[in-house]
Design a binder for this molecule. Sequence first.
Ligand code: NAI
Ligand code: MG
Length: 342
Amino acid sequence: MTPAAIPATLLTGDGIGPEIVAATRSVFEALGTPFAWDEQPAGLGAAEQFGDPLPECTLESIRRTGLALKGPLTTPVDSPMRSVNVRLRETFKLYANLRPAQTLIPGGRFDDIDLVLVRENLEGFYVGYEHYVPIGDDPRAVAQGTGINTREGCRRIAEWAFDYAVRHGRKKVTIIHKANILKKLTGLFLETAYEVGERYRDRLIIEDRIVDNCAMQLVLNPWQFDVLLTTNLFGDILSDEIAGLIGGLGMAPGGNIGAHAAIFEAVHGSAPDIAGKGIANPTALLLAGAMMLDHVGQHDRAQQLRQALRDTLNIDHVRTGDLGGSASTVDYTAALVRRLNA
Ligand code: NAI
Ligand code: MG
């Protein structure tokens, strides 16, 4: 029997958002409509219409469904607007950011990549405690930013990462930090992660690496790593790096997970340089959809979707431009739908 569609909030987002969300809608229809989408406004369009890029109706929907798929949201660098992504994570206390990077197209520069990055999603330098200090007639003579890590926050994400690693049959967790320089801020993270790790010693290898060295090791020999556990800023940077190992941002999904809600998205942003051109790769958002299916226990459908992606990319050789192909978003989506209907 087909399970009833699960209510889930859908945020179209900015830039390439509408294009990749439309693709995702079609592909999920071909999968038998596992989610009953409640489409809600967010981003630049919502800011114009409601005076807030994250209007109350959207928050209310996510509160109700506890589950969302979102397109990318633009955060202008030259405006005081706080990132809508950060606000969503804070509002729903989505403390764990899960970012897997797995090879879908064999034979690339790095083959057989199978990494999982777990990023602390609420603390560190992303708390946004920043200000300018005026000196003389320069109102912005000094810029100051404060990072906050709490023992409780470090413990929570470390437990989540180790539990994840054990549940998914992973062998090793590498804690990534900069405790040689940021001795207290990232030292607390390192120390707490090792403390929590004691309970998992019988099931996991636990080691640590300084972030700059890790960044280099990831391009020299990424296969030495398995699960990467790190703080907010380093996780943001390293997740784009590991996306680069598997063909780029068009291939990298992520989940923001808390006790009461989970929001799935692509790792990439709104890609303003290609927005509206019909060439965006929807794979990352589709893989985020597969993670969402796993999250609700629909592993068969998740596998079906991943297989359709693999077959479309590798057997049908239908690929978007970022992967060296010439398919438009619509062509690629049609090929995926054909695979799912076959
Ligand atoms: P970006 O990820 O949007 O783009 C980086 C590069 O990758 C661009 O050349 C873009 O064309 C390419 N790219 C990204 N996704 C692609 C796809 N699906 N298919 C083909 N090519 C793709 O990063 P950028 O330019 O630094 O940020 C643009 C905006 O996105 C900013 O306002 C930023 O704040 C926001 N952003 C939002 C995120 C989110 O909603 N979770 C995450 C990252 C950035
Ligand atoms: Mg990022």
